[in-house]
Design a protein around this ligand. Structure first.
Ligand code: GRF
Length: 219
């Protein structure tokens, strides 16, 4: 069974979705450590409630970003972590960290990448006027939100949406797809070919599926 290390900075609702899937046994994996760079993160209380070990690693305790990341790597190795899942971790990882876990770091991002990488992306999606947004689970490479895409879920953007209402709608999908993506990894069903991630032994999606927004009505 694969050991996960989950990196968090805040609320931890995606951490909770992973915990719930594991407790329901729909995800056969365990979390061997939760690491937060923020001692106030609600995610830490969630870990504690479920008896999961957690560590706080604060950036101000380290002379450089490299030293901070080296400490993360040390803890993750000590806990025998086979997959690092970022779940609202608000810091960029150094190339040395990525090299320590090649194709073993994944992230959930609240937009349909490659649209809207970076921060505050639900607001940017509303302001841009896109008709659809969603979320993306991807491998983490040395860029910002640029790694190979494992899974995406799409939601509509409505005329009355604010950043907050859209974020809520996207978050519901995040909680569905993140455990599923981790499960595909844990079952060794992901093969990376260049930028493309091939999912083995999976029905995929009905090719005729489509959505339009606004809905096409009869004239
Ligand atoms: C989520 O929207 C996730 O996509 C992004 O940060 C947010 C974390 O939320 N990377 P939570 O801490 O999991 O509730």
């Amino acid at each position: 069974m694969i050991n996960l290390g989950v990196l968090v900075s805040g609320r931890g609702s995606n951490l909770q979705a992973l915990i719930d899937a594991m407790e329901a046994e729909s995800l056969k994996a365990s979390i061997s450590v939760v690491i937060s760079d923020n001692p106030e993160a609600l995610a830490l209380a969630r870990a504690e409630r479920h008896g999961i070990r957690s560590e706080v690693v604060k950036k101000e305790d380290f002379p450089s970003k490299d030293a901070f990341d080296a400490e993360l790597v040390r803890i993750l190795r000590e806990r025998d972590v086979g997959l690092v899942a970022l779940a609202g971790f608000m810091r960029l990882l150094t190339p040395a960290f990525i090299d320590a876990f090649p194709m073993r770091v994944i992230n959930i991002h609240p937009s349909l990448l490659p649209s809207f990488p970076g921060l505050d992306v639900q607001r940017k999606a509303v302001e841009y006027g896109v008709r659809f947004s969603g979320c993306t689970v991807h491998f983490v490479d040395k860029g910002v939100d640029t790694g190979p895409i494992i899974m995406q879920a799409v939601v509509p953007v409505t005329d009355t949406d604010t950043a907050e209402t859209l974020a809520e709608r996207i978050l519901r999908e995040e909680h569905r797809i993140y455990p599923q993506a981790v499960r595909l990894f844990a079952e060794d069903r992901l093969r990376v070919e260049g930028r493309r991630v091939i999912v083995k032994d999976h029905p995929g999606i009905d090719e005729s599926t489509s959505l339009e927004n606004p809905t096409v009505t009869e004239t």
